[in-house]
Design a protein around this ligand. Structure first.
Ligand SMILES: [Zn+2]
Length: 407
């Protein structure tokens, strides 16, 4: 993976190469970014950059302009902004087989009764990061057929990391460990503290995390933090158009809904032909007008859609409500007009209708319920019961304003 392969994140793509070439690199880096921001991709591109032969020759001044065959000591090498992509080290790094770049990630037991190691799944891991560099842990555990088992980075894995990093590097100056999701370490992670604090020479830890609060504090405090922000809508829009040949109007709409999360954008594009608004209209009509039989029918249909689509539907509704809240909050302010302008016509009309139906507080109560529902769907809740309960809650929020206001 090279930096040029990554969606957006221009600032980090500029800063990370500088960090390494100006020798400002700590032993342990924590790339902290939510799902779909590309934190893992950045870590992969960065590890390739660190081992790239061209980068290392350049850093040592070997390729600096020379006079009469002598390197000019005063000429600082021009900083490179990406790995070369063609040297033997780059080729190995890009295939994720470089002997000095190690990977740790959550896994489940392959054979009952044995403590799993990340390398049990190394073939799957290579396929996964090549095919789904923006995937999340749910995608990964599905990919290795873990079903509903909880992934872990085990004590055994920590011992293995210590063993590997105490070996001499094979080909590169650095030994690198890329650990994806240290949130899954648990207290086992304390085994790694000494290694992170006093690492063997030329060892680089790259941790890639989504949730700061789930990382052992002792590890967190020893890492140089690299914050990976949400992507810009324009970056997502461009990436969808150029990389996925998504039609421009769809790309624009999807970029708006996915809120800086490229994984989400890719999922939305896959389902771009879904009529979420039609489904939502049917639901609200069943709740407000047509009554229990229509509600049961709708819940039945919804529960058959599958988890990924259910999440997307909730996300669509949530996004629309947030837009509706902003529209009423901004009123005629230029920011509100700009927002209206940026929305697709269908969504704009629908958001305005939602505003006539309920007030801001109710929007916010519904948003809270939708967030909860998405949380439980992610954790395998029974979809039928969940959407049935949600239907009743929405009915009360919308219809029974007094109950809601005293709540
Ligand atoms: Zn290279």
């Amino acid at each position: 993976m090279q930096f040029k392969d990554i969606v957006g994140q221009d600032l980090l793509k500029k800063e990370l190469p500088e960090l390494m070439q100006e020798n400002r690199l700590a032993h342990a880096l924590l790339f902290l970014g939510k799902e779909g921001t590309g934190a893992l991709s950045l870590a992969l591109a960065f590890s390739q950059f660190v081992v790239c032969e061209k980068v290392n020759r350049n850093k040592a001044g070997v390729d600096a302009p020379s006079l009469f065959g002598e390197a000019l000591p005063d000429v600082a090498p021009v900083l490179l902004s990406d790995s070369c992509g063609v040297c033997p080290a780059c080729l190995k790094a890009a295939a994720y087989v470089h002997p000095d770049i190690h990977f740790s990630y959550p896994v489940v037991t392959k054979k009952p009764g044995t403590a799993p190691l990340s390398t049990d799944y190394i073939t799957e891991w290579r396929d996964f990061i090549k095919s789904y560099p923006y995937g999340n842990v749910y995608d990964w555990l599905q990919f290795i057929g873990a079903e509903n088992k909880q992934g872990n980075i085990t004590a055994n894995e920590c011992n293995e990391i210590i063993r590997k990093l105490n070996l001499k590097s094979f080909e590169s100056e650095y030994k690198i460990l890329v650990m994806w999701l240290p949130e899954y370490l648990g207290n086992e992670g304390n085994k790694l503290l000494k290694l992170i604090e006093e690492p063997p020479p030329n060892t680089l830890f790259i941790l890639v995390a989504e949730n700061e609060s789930l990382i052992l504090q002792t590890i967190l405090s020893r890492c140089q933090l690299v914050k990976v922000p949400w992507l810009e809508n324009a970056d997502i829009e461009n990436a969808l158009i150029t990389r996925h040949k998504t039609p421009a109007p769809t790309a624009r709409q999807v970029a708006g809904v996915s809120e800086g999360n490229y994984r989400e954008a890719l999922q939305q594009v896959q389902h771009a032909d879904e009529d979420w608004q039609g489904l939502l209209r049917e639901w609200l009509n069943a709740i407000m007008r047509t009554g229990p039989i229509a509600q049961i029918k709708w819940v039945d249909e919804m529960s058959k859609l599958g988890r990924e689509k259910q999440k997307q539907f909730l996300r669509y509704f949530n996004h629309l409500l947030e837009q509706a809240v902003r529209i009423s909050a901004f009123g005629d302010h230029p920011q509100g007009l700009a927002l209206l302008e940026s929305m697709g016509e269908k969504d704009r009309d629908f958001a305005l209708r939602l505003n006539r139906l309920v007030g801001i507080e109710q929007h916010q109560a519904i948003i809270g319920e939708l967030d909860n529902a998405a949380y439980y769907i992610e954790r395998n809740a029974n979809a039928k019961m969940l959407f049935q309960a949600l239907t009743i809650k929405l009915y009360h929020i919308i219809q029974d304003k007094i109950v809601f206001l005293t709540d």
